[in-house]
Write a protein that binds this ligand. Structure first.
Ligand code: F6R
Length: 259
């Protein structure tokens, strides 16, 4: 795991975009794993800019989102398919038919989850996974207490996550769906490269656990400590509970000096 503690969102986006660009340049057929929510928005803006500048293209790529709410009506602006189209995939040259999101409206969500997991495997897995982290330590929508080896499945959102996400639903927690389909932790762990972004004080404890805690289902993101190639990109507030922050800064500065 590499940890980059950076001064502002623009620099964070640039560092994360460098990782995505390197993967996509090395492999124009790269399979992208995409997150929704606030954390990756600046990264997506940066990738769109680089695409427009001719630095990176996605014409031969495919994408698989991490998760989707269960039960939102088709076309709901806060569904994750609409979110990812609006904020990223419609704004680059990724073919619309290659943008995959779990089918939250399926009549059998469990079967849809299993089919989604198979589709990722059939695509030979995810080359670069973009991640955020919930204040309760979830990645995707893998909430505390689940299996660290889980595959794509139907999950239940914690009260904390529903409160955190109420800002997208007129501030009304009752409007936030209770269930989701999410890639499992085992699915996410098979990604070949991953970049996780976190900003703000409310992520500080989850980030501390992710980087420095013991691996446990209580803090699902801790499973990423075993990921073969993870870059964690943080602002100062999200890094504020890291015990070894100065050491990570030193390592990162050495890393960037020798690049
Ligand atoms: C979204 C996802 C979630 C979010 C997390 C943080 O697809 O999988 O794990 O990354 O809830 O959300 P934000 O970035 O809105 O704070």
């Amino acid at each position: 795991m590499k940890v980059a503690i950076l001064s502002d969102e623009k620099i964070m986006a640039s560092v994360a975009a460098d990782t995505v660009e390197a993967v996509c340049t090395a492999n124009p057929h790269a399979v992208l794993g995409l997150a929704t929510g606030s954390s990756p928005l600046a990264l997506y803006r940066e990738l769109i800019e680089r695409h427009r500048a001719g630095r990176i293209d996605f014409a031969q790529s495919r994408s698989f989102n991490l998760d989707e709410y269960v039960g939102l009506p088709a076309g709901h602006p806060e569904s994750y398919i609409e979110f990812i189209r609006r904020n990223f995939t419609d704004l680059v040259d990724l073919p619309a038919a290659e943008v995959h999101v779990p089918e939250g409206n399926a009549s059998d969500p469990h079967a849809a989850a299993a089919a989604y997991d198979r589709a990722i495997r059939d695509a030979d897995g995810i080359d670069i996974q973009v991640l955020g982290i919930g204040s309760d330590g979830h990645i995707g929508f893998n909430e505390p207490g689940g299996s660290l080896a889980s595959r794509t499945h139907v999950g239940f959102l914690t009260e904390q996550t529903r409160r955190d996400n109420a800002r997208f639903f007129d501030g009304d927690v009752e409007k936030v769906p209770t269930h989701c389909i999410t890639q499992g932790l085992g699915t996410i762990m098979e990604s070949r490269h991953a970049v996780l972004l976190a900003t703000g004080e409310n992520k500080a404890e989850a980030v501390h656990q992710l980087v420095e805690g013991g691996i446990s289902a209580r803090w699902p993101a801790t499973v990423l400590q075993s990921h073969p190639d993870l870059l964690v990109v943080l602002d100062e507030a999200a890094a504020s509970q890291l015990e070894l922050a100065d050491f990570y800064r030193e390592v990162w500065s050495e890393e960037t000096r020798t690049r």
